[in-house]
Design a protein around this ligand. Structure first.
Ligand SMILES: *Cc1c(COP(=O)(O)O)cnc(C)c1O
Length: 404
């Protein structure tokens, strides 16, 4: 059991008010809030050992390098990667996906096939479309059904010997659907295709085991799991990371440079050109420690309770429809009220201190599927409470009265 009152004390932002009302933060799928221990880590870095890493012999540089490399090990342990050098620290999910997409440019040929799921965030669609334009590869889509789950029968039919890559999110950010990635990975491997899993929305709730999943690539962002923005990771199996060319040229990613020929550094530095987000990486490590101290089993069980309660209470409102009703989902509730534009609902909820996301949630194909402009999305985290859900439900009722 989690002591939620005590956990809430860890998040200073939860004490603030918005428009004179206590903040109810239900936009966790866009970014999570930051516990004091992560804020302290950031302050400590800039107060005590700010310096560039991997370059200096001086004490500060060594301290920063040690802490940054410790963070890499924390990510490795957290997702159970076999080797530390299989963890590339990046600017986040989007950056990680672009590194892989750019790398595949030299490996693909005209007519090769890539498979994407219908439930993807734009950042797991657009880089692949750009790659297809450059290489002549063809993008195929695993369709979705009404409840917001993937049509796996069609997926199996799409796979063939031309399939080179499959990419899918572990959890959909717009609907909360948990996708059957084990099955997706296993089937792709049978035809020799590599699989990239976008874990941006799964990692706040689930501790992934990349070896057990047998994922070729797994990517996520720190800012959705209590860490800072602008940092994340790309996990890649050693074989794949060795096969892919570097993404950017610059300092840190080289072994030797001359005007005749430059040789590249080994993993992970080959993919880490330039000065990274040092403070962010270290703070990411602190965020993982914090999340693990709360415990992912406890987090998942409690968030599930919130999801159940929120779903039941919201469905009592007449005219309210929930999008994404898969049996396996995380604590995300995407909904609309008949005749109410999601933006208007969101604006009124904000006046009541309630932060929700409105719009297409960077997943326009899903909105097109349902033929809606967008949804109101309430996404819960382990520091939220049932009382806050009551505030949301009352707010939605009030907004409905004002708007209809
Ligand atoms: C948030 C999110 C992204 C993008 O993450 P960034 O941190 O903005 O790069 C990609 N995919 C999913 C499923 C997400 O939820």
């Amino acid at each position: 059991m989690l002591n939620i009152d005590k956990i809430r004390e860890d998040f200073p932002i939860l004490k603030r008010t918005v428009h004179g009302k206590p903040l109810v933060y239900f936009d966790n799928a866009a970014t999570s809030q930051t516990p004091q221990i992560v804020i302290d880590t950031i302050v400590d870095y800039y107060s005590n050992y700010n310096s560039n890493i991997h370059r200096g012999v001086h004490t500060l540089s060594q301290e920063a390098t040690d802490k940054y490399e410790e963070a890499r090990i924390k990510v490795q342990k957290h997702i159970n990667a076999k080797e530390t050098y299989e963890i590339i620290l990046t600017a986040g999910t989007t950056h990680s996906i672009n590194i892989v997409a750019a790398g595949f440019e030299s490996l693909l040929h005209k007519g090769d096939e890539l498979i994407v799921s219908a439930l993807e965030h734009h950042s797991n669609i657009v880089p692949w479309q750009m790659l297809c334009e450059k290489t002549g590869a063809i993008l195929k889509v695993i369709p979705m059904n009404d409840e917001g789950s993937l049509d796996m029968e069609t997926y199996h039919q799409l796979l063939n010997e031309n399939t080179k890559l499959v990419f899918c999110n572990h959890v959909s950010n717009a609907l909360g659907t948990v996708n059957p990635i084990e099955e997706i990975i296993e089937a792709a491997h049978k035809v020799g295709a590599a699989v990239l899993i976008d874990g941006a929305q799964a990692t706040p709730h689930i501790k992934p085991d990349v070896q057990q999943l047998n994922a070729d690539f797994y990517v996520a962002s720190a800012h959705k799991l209590c860490g800072p923005t602008g940092v994340g990771f790309l996990y890649g199996k050693k074989e794949w990371l060795e096969k892919l060319p570097p993404y950017q040229g610059g300092g840190e990613m080289i072994a030797t440079v001359s005007f005749k020929k430059t040789t590249y550094a080994g993993l992970p530095h080959k993919f880490e050109a330039g000065t990274p987000n040092i403070c962010g990486g270290i703070a990411f490590g602190a965020a993982l420690d914090y999340m693990n101290s709360v415990g992912f089993d406890h987090i998942a069980a409690y968030e599930d309770e919130l999801l159940k309660y929120g779903t039941e209470e919201l469905l009592k409102i007449e005219g309210l429809k929930i999008y994404g009703t898969s049996a396996k989902k995380t604590a995300v509730i995407s909904f609309n009220i008949d005749g109410v534009h999601p933006y208007d609902m969101g604006a009124i909820l904000d006046k009541l201190g309630i932060a929700v996301r409105t719009g297409h949630h960077c997943a326009q194909p899903i909105m097109d599927f349902y033929k809606i402009p967008g949804t109101v999305r309430a996404s819960f985290s382990f520091y939220n409470t049932k009382e806050e859900i009551d505030v949301l439900v009352a707010g939605v009722k009030r907004a409905k009265m004002m708007l209809l």
